[in-house]
Design a protein around this ligand. Structure first.
Ligand code: NOJ
Length: 763
């Protein structure tokens, strides 16, 4: 805890009220129960409810408990075991009104069992697998006494320089919105009140993924139509699915910080979307209103935030310090305060905490004997989901799958990197429980084949970068460098390669390179690793690159060197086993990119569903005066929706049930998909729509549906997609949401580029 927080705690340790708790209103009427409770609360107690504090190891526990009992804290985050949270809840129960605490945490892609990072989960295009992640995470977190997660993170990311690209589900509005809904439903289960459910607080509202230049915490400037069409729907999907909370973004939007943005928080979220849950500021964001330059001091910042509708203040003392005087002066009304308190108490009610404050904390006698026990993990689920998230980018000469025979050189700084397997925001995951690629290969092979391991290089040779990454607030140093000279490490790896039949090089980013506050100016694999790849290539041995990274990388050079490339993101606790399953063909890869991979950083922003323009670059017809960069080929290196399999799939006979569609009716698009390869496998058939001529320029194509299908070798199936006016609607510049009559193209493909097309007319 920093000195400021400690001071805040000490200062606010004032007298405890002597009132006894009034008889409780029957619990079954939420509004009446909360209204009755609020009638009994003092102003101090109300302000206390707005305070959400982070619990670090250094925090004075006794002081916190006193604060809680005095009604000066509403909830905590980062306290993540039952025996940590129980004494705090006990303290709340000693309080005058016995208002329960709630305990929150960043459960993003797993809690104790770590699943692939969200960008990897999205690459599965598998809603059942994603539901499994949400449910398993909720069960594990709830079993540790956690009531709320700051997730899902559904910021659309179209600039991979942004380090938090790893934390979201990619660039596409439709895919992210579907995942958003699934995550909320699976976190919250039948009800967020259930003992094995946690409440979802969707974040970061809003548009955080569009920070200028991909530089974290930067500003966002965006047209209303772009917001409504592309960036807002995933948050809306979470809210429509019943998310109980919303975390507010750190960025400004068209000059107004989200944290003081009354249009965003009141007009859009509450009035237009009907959100009734709780809102929470991001870490210290209320105080940051001063640095944004919209508040002259803390008092004004507190006023702006509460008036905008920010209920909970995360690790920020301003509400506590300034609301009493703001209420006295009338700058903040009793109604402003009551609205916030009502929403916080409402969320506690919805989490089942008034009914049973210990609903998730349970009784001490039932606490796990060992919080970190391996038996508490869900390894099978983690392996299953991780396999589905891997994307095969290249496979020349059927280099993969590898035989379980002969000698394999396993090299690379990430081949045996337990902390990196977990990715960033790894909740309560423990590195020693991760299966690394080295361990996965060992288990898969037993004594059937020999593995020669050599690290080959450090993640980066740039000491300043290592220092930066190690400064990030993680439990252990992120990067432990091998002190040997680079040439010695490469020589060792080359020797291993020469003694082997094939080389598997695990390269990419350390997990901290794709994290909050880890924006990059280049998308390249660091030079130390590229030197390694070059030396390995020179041995002439087949070279398989296993990539670990949390953002699209610029891989044009690597593509030339490698015989096969497997994108594995940061694949979680069971990542090493899942990767071995794919490398040896025990699982046929089925993942597809949920984000475009550009050729170089200079092409950014590059996303598949960009608006149409007057002078598009036309492949096969290069020339001046079309939209292009002249130094390198145009278009992405790997498009959105792309991913190979050990089978081949073909599409044929796209047909529409009608050439016209009347409003209120539906049209059927059917297509045959065939597994023409020798292995059973899954693929994702993707349906895109293009509005041929509208009242404003519309995207070249937009994903509107998909089906992930398993086909046996040789099997053929006809798939049907239903299309209605709904899929054709968009927000125009007057912010009317409507479909405009005229021609539409339907494009169906196995990725966003190789598509078949048919046209119909909306009447
Ligand atoms: C700051 C991050 O921006 C946010 O995503 C996270 O939920 C909070 N810290 C709490 O850890």
């Amino acid at each position: 805890m920093n000195k400021l927080c400690l001071l805040g705690l000490l200062v606010s340790l004032a007298s405890q009220s002597a009132f006894a708790a009034a008889p409780a209103e029957p619990l079954k009427n939420k509004d009446a129960f909360i209204a009755n409770l609020m009638k009994q609360m003092t102003e101090d107690e109300k302000i206390g409810q707005l305070r959400l504090i982070s619990i670090g190891p250094e925090m004075p526990r006794e002081l916190i408990r006193k604060e809680i009992a005095a009604g000066r804290i509403g909830g905590t985050f980062n306290s993540i075991t039952r025996d940590e949270n129980r004494p705090m809840q006990d303290a709340a129960m000693r309080g005058r009104l016995k208002i329960p605490m709630f305990f929150a945490y960043d459960v993003i892609h797993g809690h104790r069992t770590i699943f692939p990072i969200s960008l990897g989960l999205a690459a599965s295009w598998d809603m059942d697998a994603i539901a499994k992640v949400g449910r398993t995470s909720a069960v594990e977190a709830a079993a540790d006494g956690i009531d709320m997660t700051f997730a899902p993170m559904v910021d659309i990311a179209r600039d991979p320089r942004w380090g938090r690209t790893s934390e979201g589900f990619g660039e596409d509005t439709y895919l992210v919105s579907r995942i958003s809904r699934v995550m909320v439903e699976s976190f919250q289960g039948q009800s967020p009140a259930n003992a094995d459910s946690i409440m979802a607080a969707v974040k970061h509202f809003a548009l955080y993924g569009a920070v200028e230049g991909g530089r974290d915490y930067n500003t966002v400037d965006m047209s209303p139509a772009k917001m409504y069409n592309d960036y807002l729907p995933p948050y809306r999907a979470a809210i429509d699915a019943g998310a109980g909370g919303v975390m507010v973004a750190l960025n400004s939007i068209n000059g107004v910080p989200a944290t003081s943005n009354t249009w965003l928080m009141n007009d859009l979220l509450r009035k237009e979307w009907g959100f009734k849950g709780v809102t929470v500021s991001d870490h210290g964001a209320i105080g940051e209103l001063i640095r944004h330059g919209v508040a002259k001091d803390g008092t004004e910042a507190a006023k702006l935030a509460i008036k905008a509708g920010i209920d909970l203040s995360m690790n920020d003392s301003l509400y506590g310090e300034d609301l009493p005087k703001l209420l006295k002066s009338g700058d903040v009304s009793q109604t402003d305060l009551d609205n916030a308190v009502r929403e916080i108490l409402g969320a506690k009610y919805d989490m089942g905490l008034f009914k049973d404050p210990y609903v998730r904390i349970g009784v001490a006698s039932e606490d796990p004997a060992d919080t970190y026990a391996d038996s508490r993990l869900h390894r099978e689920a983690a392996r299953d989901v991780a396999r589905r998230s891997l994307v095969l980018l290249e496979n020349r000469n059927q280099t993969l799958p590898l035989k379980k025979a002969g000698t394999i050189a396993l090299v690379g700084p990430l081949a045996d990197a337990p902390i990196d397997m977990m990715g960033s925001w790894a909740a309560a995951g423990r590195p020693h429980q991760s299966v690394t690629v080295r361990e996965g290969l060992r288990r898969a092979l037993g004594d059937q084949a020999k593995v020669i391991y050599a690290k080959g290089s450090n993640v980066t040779g740039d000491k300043a970068i290592v220092d930066y990454l190690n400064f990030l607030n993680f439990d252990a140093p992120e990067i432990v460098d091998d002190p040997r000279p680079a040439a010695v490490m490469i020589a060792e790896a080359v020797k291993a390669a020469k003694q082997s039949d094939v080389v598997v090089a695990v390269v990419g980013e350390s997990r901290g390179m794709s994290h909050e506050s880890s924006s990059r100016t280049t998308l390249e694999i660091p030079a130390s690793q590229r030197e390694l790849i070059k030396a390995l290539k020179a041995t002439g041995k087949p070279l398989v690159l296993v990539l670990m990274n949390g953002r699209p990388l610029a891989l044009a050079w690597e593509r030339e060197q490698a015989d096969a490339i497997l994108e594995t993101w940061f694949s979680g606790t069971e990542g090493g086993n899942a990767i071995a399953d794919v490398l040896f063909g025990d699982y046929n890869p089925s993942g597809k990119l949920a984000i475009t991979f550009p050729r170089s950083v200079g092409q950014i922003p590059m996303y598949y569903n960009h608006l149409r323009i007057g002078r598009p670059f036309t492949p096969g017809k290069p020339g001046n005066y079309t939209s292009q960069y002249f130094e390198e080929p145009n278009g992405p290196l790997y498009p959105f929706g792309y991913g190979l399999s050990y089978s081949d799939f073909s599409l044929s006979n796209l047909s529409l049930s009608s050439k016209t569609l009347k409003k209120g009716q539906t049209l059927d698009a059917s297509i045959q998909v065939k597994n023409t390869g020798k292995h059973d496998g899954e693929t994702v058939v993707q349906l895109y729509v293009q509005d041929v001529a509208a009242s404003m320029s519309r995207p070249v194509q937009e994903l509107k549906n998909f089906q992930k299908v398993m086909l046996k070798a040789g099997e053929e199936r006809t798939l049907h997609f239903s299309i209605s006016e709904e899929e054709l609607k968009f927000w125009n510049n007057q912010l009317q949401f409507a479909a405009e009559p005229g021609d539409f193209n339907i494009l169906i493909g196995l990725d966003s580029q190789a598509v078949q097309q048919q046209t119909f007319e909306l009447l």
